[in-house]
Structure formats: C-alpha cells, structure tokens
Design a protein around this ligand. Structure first.
Ligand code: MLT
Length: 327
C-alpha cells in the first residue's frame, strides 16, 4: 500500500512538472563558443523556433566560450537539472573525448541527450590577400612557404581544430603550420578577414556569407563529394577529389540537458525541438547556410546518444593518427 502511495505521488509530481514547465522562467541555452560564430548562429535560430512550442517562453543564449567547448559543457553538466539550462554543442562533444586527457564531465553519462539538430559541411578558406585562387594553387603556395603559415582554430576540440589537424595530416605538410587558437570562429574569422591568420577550415554556417561577399577565399569543401545542390559552393572541389584519400568531415549539432532532468521535462523539450526542426523559417535559414536539418532517428534521445557514441569511436583513431598536428 505504502509503495502504491509513493508511486502515485511520483506520477503526480511528474504530471505537475509537465504542467508547469517551462512556466515563466527563461530557458538558457549555453553555447560553448563565442558570439557571432557558427554554433551561436544555430543556437539563436533554433531558440527562435523552439520558443513557440514552449509557450513563448524566453530563451536566452549564453556564450560560455573556451577550451574548445569544454568549459560550456562542464557548466551545463553541473547545472541544476530542471530543464532551464541546456547545452547546444557540436562534434566537439565527441572529439574532446580523444583530445582531452581529463574532461570535467563524462560525455555519455553526465547529460540527457535531446536530439541532433543538423549536419554542416565545412570549407577550407584563406585570407583574401593570399595569391592562390584554387586548391592546387594553394597547395603550391603551402609548399613554397612551408612553416610560415598560420592556421586558425577555435580551441582544442573545436570543429575548426579537428578539420585543421585532419587536413594537415592528410597533406602531410612537412612542417606543421603554426596553430592560432581563438575562443570561437567568430573572432577567428575577423582575424582571417584582416589577414592576421592565413587559413582556416570552418563550417558553411559561418563561411557562406563571407565567401559570397569576397571577404575570404574558398578552396575546397570537406565532404566526400562536392556540394552540387549548394548554389554558392557547387563549383568548389572536395578535398577527396583533390587527392586527400578518404577525407570526409561533416559537423553536427545536438541539444543536451544536465543528467537528472525530469523525464516529463525532457519529453517536452524533445517535442519542442522536433517542432522547431520542421519550422519553415528555421529550415530556410539553415538551408541558406548550407546546413541540412536532421530528420532521421537521431532527433530522438536514444538515436542521438547512439550516434555520439559511434562518433567518439570513429574519431578517436583519426585524432590519434593526426596526433602531431593536434596542438
Ligand atoms: C564556433 O561556434 O565558434 C565554432 O563552432 C567553433 C568551432 O568549433 O570551430
């Protein structure tokens, strides 16, 4: 009898949570990179699309940048698990497992997985002052300037970092380029445009506008095949086509809550995420930036977690093989 009363009380508590969440208290989405970069962009557009299905609650973006996304992720892992603090992170959620000797959280057990948001190709881009105009020109320029170039990234564990180390390993550059870390590719892009750094490999969500405006030079895309459906990027070769055997890198973003967030709240957040992923405005914005919004089983918590688990296993040997370029 006592057990029944306890069970009934627990179900009532869950029901009450579902009725009262989110209430009037704002939801904070922690972005583990600087404002003005690609993760920030996805988060702001997603927040706009998730507001309505969550009863027009305000959703605040908090940029908690540093250490390739691990500072923001640590913050959310330790946050109150009431559904009001969420994390929007990308492939760094998986690559950081291999790149960091000691994370302050367990990637697979300290978070509730809410769903994958999108997949985003990357582009290899250079400062506008570079004399090279094609990938082949750029290869020759690198050979002639071995050891003199700077490559920007957004911290150990960032997407730019992962792509940069994979690319340097693939071209087997005799002398590794000097890596210049930033808190996000927002500030890194500013330095690239200004000519303080030479090259960066960054997501199309951040580079599309800059390529279109001629503020940076694009040389190649990181997907296995060229992006034939993308009006702006369709004519750029893939790195694989340029002879970099097996090169294939796509960035993804996912939404997380701290472990222990009540199941009813998680269900509401996942339902709101699914509505947002079908929102015509959100789809239009993502498409315009070369991103593909997720529609497969990864939009469910179990599919999301299985995918990240597989990505951790896939990236570990890639990162280990490219180890000498990883600083
Ligand atoms: C950012 O938002 O600054 C980026 O996603 C950083 C990166 O991982 O390259």
């Amino acid at each position: 009898m006592k057990k029944l009363i306890v069970l009934a009380a627990a179900s009532l508590a869950l029901f009450a949570q579902a009725q009262t969440f989110p209430g009037t208290k704002p939801i904070t989405i922690v972005v583990p990179f600087a404002a003005g970069g690609p993760t920030d962009r996805v988060a702001r557009d997603l927040a706009e699309a998730m507001r309505k299905p969550l009863g027009n609650v305000s959703i605040v973006i908090e940029n908690s940048a540093g250490a390739g996304g691990t500072i923001g992720a640590t913050k959310v892992a330790k946050a109150n698990p009431d559904g009001h603090t969420l994390l929007l992170h990308h492939i760094g959620m998986a690559s950081s497992v291999a790149l960091y000797r000691k994370l302050q959280y367990n990637t697979l057990t300290d978070f509730e997985y809410l769903g994958i948001i999108n997949d985003v190709p990357m582009t290899l881009i250079g400062k506008p002052q570079l004399p090279a105009n094609t990938y082949r020109d750029f290869e020759n320029y690198i050979k002639a300037n071995a050891g003199k170039l700077n490559i920007a990234h957004a911290g150990l564990g960032s997407a730019t970092h992962l792509c940069g180390l994979m690319w340097q390993a693939a071209i087997n550059s005799k002398e590794a380029m000097t890596t210049i870390p930033f808190g996000g590719t927002g500030p890194a892009m500013t330095s690239l445009i200004g000519g303080q750094v030479d090259v960066m490999c960054d997501q199309t969500t951040n580079t599309t506008g800059q390529i279109e405006a001629g503020r940076v030079k694009a040389f190649a895309v990181t997907t296995a095949k060229p992006l034939t459906n993308n009006k702006l990027l369709k004519d750029y070769p893939s790195l694989q086509e340029m002879g970099l055997k097996g090169f294939n890198l796509t960035i993804w973003h996912g939404l997380y809550a701290p472990k222990g967030t009540p199941p009813a709240v998680l269900a509401q957040l996942n339902a709101a995420l699914k509505v947002a992923l079908k929102d015509p405005e959100f789809l239009k914005k993502e498409e315009g930036l070369g991103a593909v919004v997720a529609t497969d089983g990864r939009v469910d918590p179990a599919g999301h977690k299985a995918f990240v688990t597989a990505e951790i296993a896939k990236l570990k040997p890639v990162i280990e093989a490219a180890g000498k370029y990883a600083d």
